[in-house]
Design a protein around this ligand. Structure first.
Ligand code: SF4
Length: 370
C-alpha cells in the first residue's frame, strides 16, 4: 500500500463550513411543549406538501421519530438515497449532511430535495476538494478511481466507482482480481481497513471523519477492562487502534443489528452517539456505553457527535417546507456524470449479492453502508 499525505483545511474560504460555525448553528434545546408543537407543525407541512422525510441515524431523535411517524425513513446514507428515489413523493426532505442531499438529487433529478440547513457538511467531503482531487487523479492515470459516498457530486463525477462500506470490500476485491490499481478517497481509515482485507494496491487520500477519528484505542482498552463482558462495536472510519479492539466492525445499520440480535447485555459503541436513540428503541433493556473520545488532540469537543448532523432540527424542517429554502441543486451535467459511478456500484451489488456478505472473524465482523 502507498499512503499519500495530503493536507487539507477543514473549512472553506469563508469559514462557513468549519466546526465552530456548525456548533454555533446547532438549534437550542426545546421545551417538551415546543417539541410537541414543532413536531406537529412539521408533520402537517410534510402532508400538505406531499413530502417525505428521510433522516440519518445521527440526527436529532425528534427528527428520527418524525420521519418514522410520517412514513419516511431513518437509515444509512445508501438506504436514504434509495428510499428517496423509490418513494412516490416528489419532494424529499433530507435530514443529514449535504452529500446525502446531493446523492438524493443525483438519483432523483426530477424531485425537489430540501434540507433543514445547507451548511451541514462533512469533513470527508470538505477534505476532498474537486480541483485538488482531479489533479491527484490526473497524476495517476493508470489507476481506477474509487470514492466513498461521503464526497461531493463533482468528486463522484470524476470517479469510476462509488462505494459504501457495505460493498467496498467486494468491489475492491473484484477490481484487484481484474489486475486494477486503485485510487481510494477520501477516508484513510476505511481505505486502510479495505486494503488490509483485500491486499489491493490502493493509493489513499488522507481524509478522515472528525467524529470517528477522535476515538482512542488506549482509553477504549481501559473501558473494556471495566466492562469485560461488553461487546465492542466500531465503525471502520475509526483509527486502526480502535478497530483492532472491536468485536464487530460495522456500518451504522450493522451496529444497530448487532445490538438488536447480540447476546451480550452491554455494548460499547464507537460511532456518533445519536445512533443510540434508535438502538434504545429497537433494543430496550440493553446497556449502551459510548466509546471514549477523550484526548488532548480531540477536535470535536470529545462528544462523539457530528456538529454538522447536529445542525438539523425540527424548525429547519418547518422552514424549508414553509419558505422553500434549503433546496439542493446539482449541476445537471455533473449529476449525469456522477450517477454513472453510483449506477456502477448498484449494478455490481445486484449482480454479486454475496459481495454484501459480512466478513466473519471472531464474533460478527462486517461492514455496511456508512
Ligand atoms: S459523522 Fe463524520 S462522516 Fe458522518 S457526516 Fe459527520 S464528519 Fe462526515
Amino acid at each position: 500500500m502507498t499512503e499519500q499525505t495530503y493536507e487539507y483545511d477543514r473549512q472553506d474560504a469563508t469559514g462557513a463550513t468549519c466546526t465552530a460555525h456548525a456548533w454555533a448553528k446547532v438549534p437550542a434545546p426545546l421545551t417538551p411543549e415546543q417539541r410537541r408543537e414543532r413536531k406537529a407543525r412539521a408533520a402537517e407541512l410534510l402532508k400538505q406538501h406531499n413530502a417525505v422525510l428521510v433522516a440519518h441515524y445521527y440526527v436529532d431523535g425528534d427528527l428520527q421519530d418524525l420521519a418514522l411517524e410520517t412514513g419516511g425513513c431513518v437509515a444509512d446514507s445508501l438506504e436514504m438515497a434509495r428510499f428517496g428515489r423509490d418513494h412516490a413523493s416528489q419532494t424529499l426532505v433530507v435530514a443529514g449532511v449535504r452529500f446525502m442531499g446531493e446523492s438524493a438529487k443525483i438519483l432523483s433529478p426530477a424531485k425537489r430535495v430540501l434540507m433543514p440547513d445547507l451548511d451541514a457538511t462533512c469533513s470527508l467531503d470538505l477534505g476532498c476538494p474537486i480541483d485538488d482531487f482531479t489533479a491527484f487523479c490526473d497524476a495517476h492515470p493508470d489507476r481506477q478511481v474509487v470514492v466513498y459516498a461521503n464526497t461531493s457530486a463533482a468528486v463522484k463525477a470524476r470517479a469510476d466507482w462509488m462505494v459504501t462500506s457495505s460493498c467496498a470490500l467486494g468491489i475492491v476485491q473484484h477490481l484487484k482480481d481484474a489486475g486494477q490499481k486503485l485510487i481510494w478517497a477520501p477516508d484513510r481509515h476505511l481505505g486502510r481497513y479495505i486494503q488490509q482485507h483485500t491486499g489491493a494496491d490502493m493509493l489513499l487520500w488522507n481524509g478522515a471523519c472528525i467524529v470517528h477519528d477522535e476515538f482512542k484505542g488506549t482509553e477504549l482498552e481501559l473501558l473494556k477492562a471495566e466492562h469485560p463482558n461488553a461487546m465492542v462495536l466500531v465503525h471502520p472510519e475509526s483509527p486502526e487502534s480502535v478497530v483492532k479492539l472491536a468485536d464487530v466492525v460495522g456500518s451504522t445499520s450493522q451496529m444497530l443489528s448487532a445490538v438488536i440480535h447480540g447476546s451480550a447485555q452491554e455494548y460499547i459503541v464507537a460511532t456518533d452517539n445519536l445512533i443510540m436513540h434508535r438502538m434504545r428503541q429497537l433494543a430496550p433493556g440493553k446497556t449502551l456505553i459510548e466509546a471514549p473520545t477523550a484526548g488532548n488532540s480531540a477536535t470535536c469537543k470529545s462528544c462523539a457527535h457530528c456538529p454538522w448532523m447536529a445542525m438539523n432540527g425540527l424548525q429547519g424542517v418547518i422552514d424549508c417546507l414553509e419558505q422553500g429554502v434549503g433546496e439542493i441543486h446539482v449541476d445537471p451535467v455533473i449529476g449525469r456524470e456522477a450517477v454513472n459511478c453510483i449506477d456502477r456500484m448498484l449494478g455490481f451489488v445486484a449482480a454479486h449479492p454475496s459481495a454484501l456478505a459480512p466478513r466473519v472473524q471472531g464474533m460478527v465482523r462486517g461492514i455496511g453502508a456508512a
